[in-house]
Design a binder for this molecule. Structure first.
Ligand SMILES: NC(=O)C1=CN([C@@H]2O[C@H](COP(=O)(O)OP(=O)(O)OC[C@H]3O[C@@H](n4cnc5c(N)ncnc54)[C@H](OP(=O)(O)O)[C@@H]3O)[C@@H](O)[C@H]2O)C=CC1
Ligand SMILES: O=C(O)[C@@H]1CCC=N1
Length: 273
């Protein structure tokens, strides 16, 4: 793998940008002095414990200092970013910004579209990524190592998979949160003390869900095993299904995936005008 000594993160003070920056440093993939971060104010307290990290408001200066440029601003903030990143490996983590738009707006032909999730903050993201033809074998090894510093990662061969996975795994951390919130509301309505309700819900959503991480575990098998008791869990699962649980999950994933595609089309449409 080519040793990349310099990496820049545009939007390095944001939720995802700072998570990736800290993960890279914690994994020793880069020295603090090799990391440049940007935000519009040009400085942030985010990496105060690492004073050798450089800050700038000038994104072209960041590009000049960095062999690898990670773009981590919100999609609607991207049009305001004007960079010439030819000869740089550009990695976008933005939802709904297509490879075609990235190639056209950055001037680089070595572009990666990656889609981490918020669990990068705790080193537990799942990050699929897709790259342009000019991305080299060494670049790919770097991208894989970079996102493995934030959790698990896989290269995918189709850009459409990134739009779909933006919904499934990119937005994914919000969905167990919705389940937890629904459970909490139910527990409160049944008069449970707040502390107990929170501990019980966290016990299910954060801890008991780890049963699914056991080697060989399968969600369908787990559901069927519980249903075979013909007891309380079976009653609960059947009522949830009858109320449209699977349908609701599928509708949510379809809506999120459609939004990823429509965001990409809207950005590309602006470029054509
Ligand atoms: N958060 C998540 O769970 C996930 C996010 N993503 C994608 O990652 C990207 C970032 O998301 P997230 O970190 O949550 O968003 P944030 O709003 O937390 O971070 C974006 C950052 O970009 C900075 N910024 C805005 N404009 C500029 C500019 N012109 N130059 C330099 N920096 C700029 C902002 O800082 P300031 O205002 O100080 O300039 C801000 O801190 C988005 O595109 C999103 O789609 C993908 C998967 C998951
Ligand atoms: O909601 C969003 O648009 C971004 C992308 C995935 C997670 N957050």
């Amino acid at each position: 793998m080519t040793p990349f000594r310099t990496i820049g993160i545009i939007g390095g003070n944001g939720w995802l940008g700072r998570a990736i920056g800290h993960a890279l440093l914690d994994a020793g993939l880069i020295e603090p002095s090799g990391l440049t971060l940007s935000c519009r104010a040009g400085t942030s307290a985010t990496f105060a414990d690492r004073p050798q990290v450089a800050w700038t408001a000038d994104n072209q200066e960041l590009v000049r200092r960095s062999q690898v440029v990670i773009v981590s601003v919100r999609p609607e903030q991207f049009p305001a970013i004007s960079i010439d990143a030819r000869d740089r490996l550009v990695i976008s983590v933005m939802a709904g910004v297509s490879m075609e738009t990235l190639l056209a707006r950055t001037g680089s032909d070595r572009v990666v579209r990656a889609l981490p999730n918020a669990a990068a903050e705790i080193g537990r993201s799942y990050t699929p990524w897709f790259c342009s033809d000019a991305v080299s074998f060494d670049d790919k090894a770097l991208v894989q190592a970079l996102f493995e510093s934030c959790g698990a990662a896989d290269e995918v061969g189709m850009q459409a998979a990134i739009d779909y996975l933006t919904a499934l795994s990119g937005s994914g951390p919000a969905f167990p949160a919705l389940l937890a919130e629904a459970m909490l509301g139910h527990a409160r309505a049944h008069g449970l003390p707040e502390t107990i309700a929170r501990r019980a819900v966290a016990g299910v959503v954060c801890d008991a869900s780890q049963l699914l991480a056991k080697p060989g575990a399968s969600p369908g098998e787990t559901v069927r095993t519980f249903m075979e008791y013909r007891g309380t869990t079976d009653a609960g699962l059947r009522a949830m299904q009858d109320a449209g649980f699977t349908k609701a999950v599928h509708a949510g994933l379809s809506a999120a995936a459609a939004k990823a595609v429509s965001m990409a089309e809207a950005q590309a449409g602006k470029d054509r005008k």
